[in-house]
Every structure is written in structure tokens, then in C-alpha cells.
Design a protein around this ligand. Structure first.
Ligand code: PXL
Length: 273
């Protein structure tokens, strides 16, 4: 059945569920909706924090065939003329990465926004080595836009330290040179100072995006929402730089409007503005 009465921009996120609703696919969909974009999800994994174990991550990958099935259904429902923009969030295992890479290759995408989620807050970096390598090998070359956080910028740039804005600028240039993707690297609370600084680089324009820091503690879903907002704006036809600015604005407001719970971290709220 086709109806052309409504014609919103459409964006897909391939992401994990984070059950408490702060991060992952839930954050992506809320962000898409807030920016007037019709959101679609292919679920890659399910994360359920464990309140009995210090809110550690319990991670369950979605079966590879089920991921492929979701992407088959989505691709059949929405042709490339309707859906040309995809965000990739937490994939979590090399098998999932393989599956997603194969599905992505079955059509041309205008915008592939990669939030290169390696580990979540509180996880051990070493646990993600094989995932890290598979992501770099199989997904990063397909990305047109990448949004690394501090830890991911270290990994993708090969730098041993990023503690100043100058370091972060160098990281964006290195990541661009290695990937060809537009880079929006997040300083967040990891860089000292009164401002939350992100650096944008597209091969020619290097721009520092600044907003007053809202506290010194990371808020759940900020990174997911930033990449989702970039995705939504690109789906609507914005330039990468305009998308980055709009995303920074949305996330700043979403952090200011954050929601507290009995979990040890607050969650962003995109809907307040
Ligand atoms: O914020 C990174 C992230 C992304 N996706 C899922 C997550 C998390 C962190 O908890 O659970 C599903």
C-alpha cells in the first residue's frame, strides 16, 4: 500500500536497545522524532544494566539472521529514493559487524553516520579489541560521517593522549585522513575547562563547536543523541557542518533537561525543547 500524503524525511538506525531508555536505539528514535524525521530501527543487541551488580552491562547480541531479516524488511519497504540515510550505533560483536556490513553493501547510501561505539561507560577497554578491529575494517570504510568520543578518538587516531583542543583537532584530521569520513569528535567532560568542546573536520573546514558544560559528569545518551541528530539533519538535506551545529544544540538542551532515576547516571531528554 502506498500513501504519499505524508512525506517526512526517513532515517534508519542500526543500534542496540538500552533498557532504561537513556542510550541506544531509544535515544536515536526520540531524537529523530524531535527533529521531525520518521525513524526506523534494526535492533543489533539488547543491553540491560544489572542493578544487583553495580549497574554493569548485561549484553545480548541479536541473532545475525534476525538482524539480516530486519534489514531485509526495511530495505524492501523503503526504496533508496525514500531511505538513503543510516546511523550505526552499538554493534557489539564481530559477527554482528559482518552481518551489518553485508546488508549495507546491498544498496547505495547517501549518508552513513557511524557512532563507533566500542565500549560503554564502566566496561574494560581490552574486552572490545576484536570488535574494535572489525569495526575499523568493515564499517569505517563505509562511513560518510563519524562521531567518536574521547576513547574512540584515541583508538581511531592512534594518538596516545588527547587532553587539549589542539590534540582533538589533530585527532579529527588523522581520523579523516584514515577514513575519508567527515569527523565530529567529542571532547565532552574529558577535556578540562568550562566548555564542552567538539571538533568538526571535513577535509577542508576545521571548526570547534563550543557550549557551556552542564556539570562534569557524562549523561547517558548524549553521544547517541548527537550522532542521531546529525543523521536526522542529513536526512532532511542539511550540510554536514549545519547538521553538526544543530546536533550540538539539541544535545546541549537535552543534557540541560536530563532525567534522573535510581540508576547512577542521568539520561538525556530530547523532548523538552
Ligand atoms: O552510549 C553508548 C551506548 C550505545 N548503545 C547502547 C548502549 C550504550 C551505553 O550504554 O547500551 C545499546
Amino acid at each position: 500500500m502506498t500513501s504519499t500524503q505524508n512525506n517526512p524525511a526517513i532515517a534508519l538506525t542500526i543500534a542496540g536497545s538500552e533498557a532504561t531508555g537513556g542510550a541506544g536505539a531509544q535515544a536515536d528514535l526520540k531524537t529523530f522524532q524531535q527533529l521531525g524525521v520518521f525513524g526506523i530501527v534494526a535492533l543489533s543487541c539488547i543491553v540491560s544494566f544489572d542493578p544487583k551488580q553495580n549497574w554493569n552491562h548485561r549484553f545480548v547480541p541479536v541473532d545475525a539472521q534476525v538482524i539480516a531479516d530486519q534489514l531485509e524488511a526495511i530495505g524492501a519497504a523503503y526504496g533508496p529514493d525514500q531511505l538513503d540515510t543510516v546511523k550505526i550505533g552499538m554493534l557489539g560483536t564481530p559477527v554482528t559487524i559482518d552481518t551489518v556490513a553485508q546488508s549495507l553493501a546491498s544498496r547505495d547510501w547517501k549518508n552513513v553516520v557511524l557512532d563507533p561505539v566500542l565500549i560503554c561507560k564502566g566496561q574494560e577497554p581490552g574486552a572490545a579489541l576484536d570488535t574494535d578491529q572489525a569495526l575499523k575494517r568493515e564499517i569505517l570504510p563505509k562511513a560518510s560521517f563519524v562521531t567518536p568520543n574521547h576513547f574512540e578518538s584515541l583508538s581511531l587516531s592512534g594518538m596516545s593522549e588527547i587532553s587539549t583542543v589542539e590534540h582533538l583537532k589533530e585527532a579529527t584530521q588523522r581520523i579523516y585522513d584514515a577514513s575519508g569520513a567527515v569527523v565530529l569528535a567529542k571532547g565532552g567532560v574529558r577535556l578540562a575547562g568550562a566548555e564542552a568542546v567538539d571538533v568538526f573536520y571535513d577535509g577542508s573546514t576545521l571548526e570547534v563547536l563550543r557550549a557551556p558544560k552542564v556539570g562534569e559528569v557524562a549523561v547517558s545518551g548524549a553521544g547517541c543523541s548527537l550522532a542521531a541528530a546529525v543523521t536526522a539533519e542529513l536526512a532532511k538535506g542539511a550540510t554536514p557542518l549545519d547538521a553538526a551545529h544543530a546536533a550540538k544544540d539539541l544535545v546541549t538542551r537535552a543534557i540541560q533537561s536530563r532525567v534522573s532515576s535510581h540508576a547512577p547516571f542521568d539520561a538525556v531528554w530530547q523532548g523538552a525543547s
